[in-house]
Design a protein around this ligand. Structure first.
Ligand code: COA
Length: 170
């Protein structure tokens, strides 16, 4: 049964993976609108710019009509208040995610008590997947085709080549 409210799926998505797509697709079966919200994670060094990540996600989710991809900056809790949307979607891959996610969910609710976080268990084929791992595999010349959509794989290959020549990295 779909709830009559939109849900926000936040992340840095550097790059988006099949694991992210799995969560977005399943969330879209539960909520009428999913707002995939891309941000800079100040603790991470991104290889794709914010706009590039938005473009990659838009292409990744092009068949999901109820999905919108936008960016936000600053505190997630403030952003949710601004767009008047208080349901957060997060994926849980393994037990190791739990502590961090638990802390983040509680902190977000402390910052704004209207915020509810809903966890979706990731598909078991993606439990080991992370954006960093995909980047590392690509940088070491490995095959990422099982982990990311085709267009992401293509852009990742190009970015890795450009980085190896001293090109852009944020
Ligand atoms: N499948 C595959 N990979 C997944 C996944 C899934 N279902 N779910 C998560 N991952 C990966 C992500 O790609 C990411 O990989 P990386 O660490 O190699 O980049 C990793 O798991 C962690 O994901 P996540 O916790 O979602 O990190 P993130 O950087 O994508 O997003 C924010 C974190 C942006 C949501 C968080 O930093 C934030 O809210 N920032 C705003 C500032 C703020 O409000 N801070 C206070 C929060 S209480």
């Amino acid at each position: 049964m779909k709830r009559k409210i939109s849900a926000v799926y936040p992340g840095s998505f550097d790059p988006p993976t099949n694991g992210h797509l799995d969560i977005i697709t399943r969330a879209s079966h539960l909520f009428p609108k999913i707002i995939v919200s891309v941000t800079e994670n100040v603790n991470k060094k991104h290889i794709f710019s914010l706009q590039e990540r938005i473009d990659l996600l838009q292409k990744t989710t092009k068949n999901l009509k109820s999905v919108e991809v936008v960016s936000f900056s600053g505190l997630l809790a403030n952003y949710l208040e601004k767009i008047n949307s208080f349901v957060l979607i997060r994926g849980l891959r393994a037990l190791s995610d739990f502590e961090y996610e638990f802390q983040m969910a509680l902190m977000n609710r402390k910052l704004n008590k209207k915020i509810e976080t809903i966890f979706l268990m990731t598909d078991q084929s993606y439990t080991f997947l992370s954006s960093s791992m995909v980047k590392e595999i690509a940088m070491l010349g490995g095959n990422t085709s099982d982990f990311v959509p085709k267009h992401v794989e293509k852009e990742l290959k190009k970015r890795v080549v450009s980085l190896s020549k001293g090109g852009y990295a944020k």
